[in-house]
Design a protein around this ligand. Structure first.
Ligand code: HEC
Ligand code: HEC
Ligand code: HEC
Ligand code: HEC
Ligand code: HEC
Length: 171
């Protein structure tokens, strides 16, 4: 076999391998979240009658809902809770003195104005009107659990007689 044909065959083989790896990769392409420091289940905590605001303390009074600190978790996890294998990891972070750096999924573009307090407290809108019902979510949330596009905002504003003025939502 000539050198040219052999190298052509090599190139083809490499191309097929790249294509295959690419396809497998694409099929596995995570609809999952970025890596969070711990696998915490919303469902399990909400089953214990915890309130959203225990962990998202800004949600009633501020624009941002905010994330819990390790100290919030240690209120309960200083002693073992339940049987899940990931549970002791909370105390591993505490022993290292390492804060839990949660990865924020969704950011609205900078030209949009949004406030949790305006919706949750003034508008009495339930979390589930905008986010997935977290009491059913067993794994780390993904972007689809959070994101709202403009048509979703506008549809509810129309139904609820809230502002449809462009400048109410846009800076
Ligand atoms: C025990 C604490 C805890 C409770 C209770 C809790 N959350 Fe969370 N929540 C978290 C943590 C920690 C994260 C960070 C992501 C993760 O879970 O890995 C989070 C993430 C989220 C996110 C994704 C935010 C983003 O953009 O990254 C949403 C939405 C959310 N929570 C909604 C709720 C709602 C709604 C409730 C009540 C029904 C609730 N949470 C109750 C701890 C809690
Ligand atoms: C009010 C008490 C309480 C607080 C506060 C709390 N937890 Fe838990 N947590 C529990 C209980 C109870 C379980 C056991 C649930 C079960 O096994 O059904 C648990 C289980 C877990 C587990 C095992 C996997 C799972 O989700 O069931 C992890 C990991 C965990 N908690 C992390 C956290 C983190 C991180 C925080 C802070 C953001 C936190 N917890 C705050 C009570 C609490
Ligand atoms: C009217 C719709 C709406 C309601 C109601 C709502 N959220 Fe949100 N939430 C959003 C939007 C939109 C974002 C993304 C905000 C951004 O990118 O600035 C968000 C983001 C979050 C985040 C990520 C941190 C942050 O503030 O950006 C958490 C956590 C969260 N929401 C929890 C809650 C909880 C808990 C409730 C109920 C007590 C709730 N949300 C009610 C629309 C809503
Ligand atoms: C499920 C219903 C619902 C959704 C979805 C919703 N809103 Fe609202 N929004 C309301 C209600 C109700 C009010 C009025 C609150 C009050 O009583 O002041 C409001 C008020 C506001 C205000 C204050 C307006 C003013 O002039 O007082 C802004 C800004 C706003 N929403 C932005 C948004 C944005 C941005 C989104 C999408 C990311 C969104 N909203 C999604 C129901 C909703
Ligand atoms: C109730 C809130 C709300 C109102 C009212 C509103 N917008 Fe938006 N708009 C949004 C949100 C939220 C986004 C970002 C959507 C995303 O990130 O997917 C957006 C995005 C946009 C964009 C960027 C392109 C895009 O699709 O992402 C333009 C342009 C825009 N809006 C124009 C307008 C104009 C013009 C009006 C008045 C006729 C208006 N908007 C009224 C909430 C609103």
């Amino acid at each position: 076999m000539s050198y040219a044909r052999r190298s052509l065959r090599t190139v083809l083989l490499i191309a097929v391998v790249i294509l295959f790896v690419g396809m497998v990769g694409a099929r596995r392409a995570p609809a999952t979240s970025p890596r969070q420091p711990l696998p915490m289940s919303h469902k399990r905590h909400l089953d214990k009658q915890m309130k959203c605001r225990a962990c998202h303390q800004g949600v009633e009074g501020e624009a941002m809902a905010s994330f819990p600190t390790l100290a919030d978790c240690m209120d309960c996890h200083k002693t073992p809770q339940g049987q899940e294998p990931a549970e002791p990891e909370v105390r591993v972070f505490a022993a290292r003195g390492q804060e839990l750096s949660w990865v924020l999924l969704n950011r609205l573009p900078g030209h949009v104005y949004f406030s949790h307090a305006a919706h949750v407290t003034l508008g009495r809108v339930k979390c589930e009107a905008c986010h997935r019902d977290m009491s059913k979510v067993d794994q780390a949330p993904i972007e689809a659990d959070v994101h709202l596009d403009m048509s979703a905002c506008v549809a509810c504003h129309r139904d609820g007689n809230a502002s449809l003025d462009c400048l109410a939502c846009h800076k």
